[in-house]
Design a protein. Structure first.
Length: 249
């Protein structure tokens, strides 16, 4: 078991709290907004026809997604709600300590471990300084080793599945219906904080019992993929930069 063991001891440098988006569960999103902080929404779509990774990965992605209509086709959309810490997390103190440590999001408890079961922990891909690796407790061998961490990861994956439909409904209430194609790009929205709070109220009062009928569109700039999706009947978005940031991968 000690072969390939990765040891890790966080030094509290706070680098992981800066220059990034912090994925949140729906419950954490409400808390984040109520604290007065901004939330970004990342949207990506896929379908079985154009899926190239394994069937196991498709099943995992499907569990986090909602099937919606796009033109003459059905696509699956994943919405990620994330705390906006693109400069620095608003909960981070001057001393680099988390101001909401006991209530910090699951993802902050899990980092630098991976939530996605198909991604293996690789210290080289993490922003932690090199000296924090190979010290402290064993974090990972051929699997995550810490039972508390395992529990957090399971809770995070469950929330991803349980929250999927509500997150898509919130996007529909806000009129966010253009999505990027998984593996090709992300569509990133930065909704007004109050509008997102209002959308939660609308969802709580009305949407739990009814459904909006939204026609989703896909923004793809890569000509070959555009053509393939068009041939499958997927509705494409041609309005560049209409209310979202298009982040090509
Ligand atoms: S909530 Fe706390 S731990 Fe998470 S990114 Fe913000 S400051 Fe860091
Ligand atoms: S970047 Fe790594 S070492 Fe620094 S606070 Fe975050 S988890 Fe800890």
């Amino acid at each position: 078991m000690e072969n390939n063991a990765i040891r890790f001891a966080c030094n509290g440098c706070g680098i992981c709290c800066k220059g990034r988006l912090i994925p949140l569960t729906l419950h954490e999103t409400r808390q984040w907004l109520k604290r007065g902080h901004e939330v970004a929404i990342l949207l990506e779509a896929f379908d079985e026809l154009h899926w190239s990774p394994s069937q196991e990965e498709f099943a995992h992605a499907k569990g986090r997604a909602v099937e919606v209509t796009s033109g003459d086709a059905s696509i699956r959309v994943i919405a990620v709600f994330a705390g906006n810490a693109l400069n620095s997390c608003q909960n981070l103190g001057d001393n680099n300590l988390c101001g909401i440590y006991d209530e910090r999001p699951l993802v902050c408890r899990i980092y630098p471990a991976e939530i996605n079961p198909f991604i293996t922990l690789n210290p080289a891909s993490k922003i932690c300084p090199p000296e924090v690796w190979e010290e402290g407790e064993v974090l990972f061998t051929d699997r995550v080793i810490d039972p508390v961490l395992v529990k957090h990861i399971e809770r995070s994956r469950k929330a991803d599945r349980d929250d999927a439909r509500a997150k898509i409904a919130l996007c529909e209430i806000l009129g966010l219906n253009v999505v990027a194609w998984k593996g090709n790009a992300f569509a990133v929205y930065l909704p007004d904080r109050q509008q997102l709070l209002d959308a939660f109220v609308f969802y709580d009062t009305l949407m739990r019992v009814s459904q909006l009928r939204t026609d989703w569109k896909v923004r793809v700039d890569t000509p070959v993929l555009r053509q393939k999706l068009q041939q499958s009947g997927v509705a494409l978005d041609d309005q560049e930069g209409a209310g979202y940031i298009f982040h090509s991968l």
